[in-house]
Design a protein. Structure first.
Length: 302
């Protein structure tokens, strides 16, 4: 299992300099990948493009870009430009977001989410691979060609949790990007469904990217309480709630990897045998010493 860093925790108080420094640190530490969420205030692809080609082979992944708010033809151009800027290291992670965001923040209608993702892929994937598409869909359509930059086609992954989305991910994409999902859920739900779908479609074994907060500390209870409080919203969103129920946990306080070096290392090992191909940690800590201890455990595990 490859070990990477999810830098999305920095987006709570975003600063381009801090994001670039975190990227540089992850490259220097030879982590396999670095992931960044797409939020309203920070564009993940632009952050990666600004980093540019550094000589590192560390993958740079979006976790994830919502599909409801960007036309797939526009995203295709953004993704291929970023792919060229970072010397072919992009993993384009896509997601449906959640019904409360779609209907509440964006004032859009939430309907047929799996069909929406299928339409999005039907436009996006041919464009980034061949530069041409003719698709008339229910949600997304495009007819035309566009010249492509001379760069490899990036991998495309989707945030798939439910059975139908997992089947789509296995049959059509390079894998799934997870949040609020632990080793029991990966072993009993995620891996069997997505791997079977990929096998049926004759595709390579898909990536299963597990992302969870990690906090090395000698005082686990206050750390877990803090994580449970600041990340409480995730336990309320239906798609994540279903995953946490499979795991038998209430929220991120219990799911997060919190404890001593030995305890966190043991939890990472559990994820490795669950079927995950990648573990991308959100490093946490209550003080500089704990943050450094957390990073050191991850460096040793990589």
């Amino acid at each position: 299992m490859d070990i990477g860093i999810n830098g999305s925790g920095l987006l709570a108080n975003p600063a381009l300099g801090a994001l670039n420094a975190d990227l540089a640190s992850a490259e220097d530490d030879n982590f396999a990948s670095y992931w960044l969420a797409q939020t309203g205030g920070v564009d993940a692809l632009t952050v990666f493009a600004a980093r540019g080609a550094t000589g590192s082979d560390m993958k740079l992944g979006t976790a994830v870009i919502p599909t409801w708010t960007t036309h797939p033809q526009v995203l295709a151009g953004q993704a291929m430009t970023t792919q060229a800027a970072i010397d072919g290291r992009l993993v384009l992670g896509l997601g449906l977001a959640h019904e409360p965001s779609v209907t509440g923040r964006w004032k859009m209608k939430w309907e047929r989410p799996v069909r929406q993702m299928m339409d999005f892929l039907d436009v996006l994937q041919p464009l980034i691979s061949d530069g041409i598409v003719d698709h008339d869909g229910h949600f997304w359509s495009y007819e035309g060609a566009m010249p492509l930059l001379d760069t490899p086609t990036p991998k495309v992954m989707i945030a798939a949790l439910g059975e139908q989305m997992l089947k789509l991910a296995g049959a059509r994409t390079d894998g799934t990007i997870l949040w609020c999902v632990g080793p029991k859920t990966i072993a009993n739900h995620i891996a069997p469904v997505i791997n079977a779908a990929a096998d049926k479609a004759g595709r390579d074994k898909p990536s299963i990217v597990c992302s969870i907060p990690v906090w090395v500390t000698d005082e686990p209870k206050p750390a877990r309480d803090f994580l449970g409080q600041i990340l409480s919203i995730y336990a309320e969103l239906p798609s994540y709630r279903r995953m946490l129920d499979i795991e038998g946990l209430h929220g991120l306080g219990e799911l997060s990897l919190v404890g001593t070096e030995a305890e966190v290392t043991e939890r990472i090992a559990e994820i490795a045998v669950s079927g995950a191909t990648d573990f991308t940690a959100v490093p946490m800590g209550g003080n500089p010493d704990e943050i450094e201890r957390t990073r050191e455990v991850l460096r040793i595990a990589r």
